[in-house]
Design a binder for this molecule. Structure first.
Ligand code: ADP
Ligand code: ADP
Length: 228
């Protein structure tokens, strides 16, 4: 599903964020990415959703060698990858419904299908009754649910979640995890960077720890492994 071979990433200012990453993440896995701030977690995620490009090495997602992809093909790869952020990144002037529908419009989905599928994912995240609310009218947890609905609306093979519970209180965070587990159960691979020790140590899954740009630990049903 996701394969990295000797991936290196050096930013324009000379900062080396990843050095020699080798990893295989299979279809339907749920993987936590842990490690100190500045370790390279976000960079690792950005390479998967093609926000950044590797300086060296091979990366493939769902069979596409995305290091080499032509620019015009990017939207079609992104369609296979849903992204969730700590700060939700919803479009503030669009309603919950429109934020989700927009992700289908950009890949030219027929209008009838957009309506049906948008309502379906709103229902899945428990927010059908908030379809017409603007992001500012929703709680943090509800905004994250809209973001999750937007991430899954095109049926991606992979969800990349960068600190999805980072701005949420514990109870709301468990609700979000419940939803991500349900999405994973339905067949979507999930890669989630997190600092949430309690979640990692309770909902046991594969744990990949990154420190100073390298993978230092990779455990099935692993633990968080840091103090906080
Ligand atoms: P993490 O997500 O684990 O906190 P990042 O991947 O964000 O780590 O950062 C890894 C390293 O790369 C850090 O030293 C960070 O300062 C640096 N970095 C991240 N993004 C950029 C950028 N756009 N330009 C230069 N350096 C960056
Ligand atoms: P909260 O902590 O925000 O109350 P809950 O987990 O109790 O979150 O769920 C709130 C709404 O989200 C419910 O209406 C429910 O339909 C929906 N929901 C929660 N978990 C799932 C799930 N795993 N699959 C589908 N819908 C879910």
């Amino acid at each position: 599903m996701i394969e990295m071979q000797d991936i290196w990433k050096t930013y324009a200012d000379g900062t080396t964020a990843l050095q020699g990453i080798n990893v295989v993440i299979d279809r339907n896995e749920f993987v936590y990415i842990v490690g100190p701030s500045g370790a390279g977690k976000s960079t690792f995620m950005k390479l998967i959703y093609r926000e950044e490009f590797p300086t060296k090495g091979q990366i493939s997602v769902n069979g596409f060698n995305i290091g080499k992809l032509k620019h015009r093909k990017i939207p079609y790869v992104r369609r296979n990858i849903g992204v969730i952020f700590q700060d939700y990144k919803l479009l503030p002037k669009l309603s919950a419904y429109e934020n989700i529908a927009f992700a289908m419009e950009v890949i030219e989905t027929p209008r009838r299908l957009i309506r049906r599928r948008t309502m379906e994912v709103l229902e899945l995240v428990g927010l059908k009754h908030k379809a017409n609310s603007l992001p500012a009218q929703l709680s943090g947890g509800e905004q994250q649910r809209v973001a999750i609905a937007r991430a899954i609306v095109n049926n991606p093979a992979v969800i990349v979640a960068d600190e999805p519970t980072g701005n949420l209180d514990p109870e709301t965070s468990w609700g979000i995890m419940n939803l991500l587990e349900e999405i994973n159960f339905r067949g979507t691979t999930i890669v989630m960077a997190t600092h949430n020790k309690e979640i990692v140590n309770t909902l046991r899954k594969r744990v990949i720890a990154i420190e100073r740009g390298s993978i230092v630990r990779d455990q099935l049903r692993g633990d968080y492994g840091y103090e906080s």
